[in-house]
Design a binder for this molecule. Structure first.
Ligand code: C5P
Length: 233
């Protein structure tokens, strides 16, 4: 089965630019990520349009609420027919387990992954919350919790990938943003890794936005990255 490793982040304010970009890509070569901005602006209709084009969708809404509410949100997201959804691991074991049960009871269960610590949180931000661990310790702790609760994987930075691959085994999905091909603009990302290095470190899927969406030829950029990671999956 075709299992494209690149998930293109459709970080657009509305349906018109998102669909225009999708039309320039191919579902054989990538999946698409729809996040809070685009989904809030367009709703499920956009997902239907993208899926009609053959694309599989990662609906990146990062649910975080009491267990029942999160489970119902996951159930609703699963009913949209998307390929992957996510929740915040900081919601705790009961929330993660409720989400996992809701997803596995759905007719076409999407992959369910967790966000561990937001990569925007530095050591001092975490300390300010009263958490005594380092960001890396928290990431491992939350990834293990997600795995224990039966989730399929986590979103993690490329820097955390090798450690999590070692600690969580080969079946756990590691979905990695902060990817920049050599010589690409960093934009607002700081700690980045090339597609090859991230795959070699153990990433399952690479989330890539602007290096593809802002390229003068997005399809060519996507093809070039796929070429770079060929054989590394
Ligand atoms: O354009 P770029 O490749 O930087 O886009 C990366 C995508 O991954 C964006 O949608 C961003 O919100 C998401 N992301 C991230 N870092 C995280 C989690 C998600 O860059 N820690």
């Amino acid at each position: 089965m075709n299992d494209p490793k690149i998930i293109v982040a459709l970080d657009f304010p509305g349906a018109v630019p998102a669909l225009a970009l999708a039309h320039r890509l191919s579902p054989e070569l990538c999946r698409l990520k729809v996040g809070k901005e685009l989904f809030t602006a367009t709703g499920p209709i956009l997902l239907e349009q993208l899926m009609r084009g053959g694309f599989e969708i990662f609906l990146d809404l990062k649910f975080h609420d009491i267990p029942n509410t999160t489970a119902q949100a996951c159930k609703a997201a699963a009913s949209l027919g998307v390929w992957m959804i996510n929740v915040h691991a900081l919601g705790g074991r009961k929330m993660l387990e409720a989400a996992q049960i809701a997803v596995s009871n759905s007719a076409r269960p999407p992959k369910l992954i967790a966000v561990t610590m937001l990569t925007s949180m530095a050591q001092e931000d975490i300390a300010e919350l009263g958490i005594q661990f380092t960001p890396e310790e928290m990431v491992l702790r939350l990834a293990k919790l997600a795995q224990d609760a039966g989730l399929d994987g986590v979103v993690c930075s490329a820097q955390e990938t090798a450690m999590l691959r070692k600690q969580c085994g080969n079946k756990f999905s590691l979905v990695t943003p902060g990817i920049r091909p050599e010589h690409a603009s960093l934009d607002d990302q700081s700690r980045v890794m090339t597609p090859q290095a991230a795959m070699q470190a153990g990433s399952s899927y690479l989330v890539i936005g602007r290096p593809i969406t802002k390229a003068s030829d997005p399809l060519q950029a996507l093809l070039a990255i796929n070429q770079d990671i060929r054989g590394l999956a």
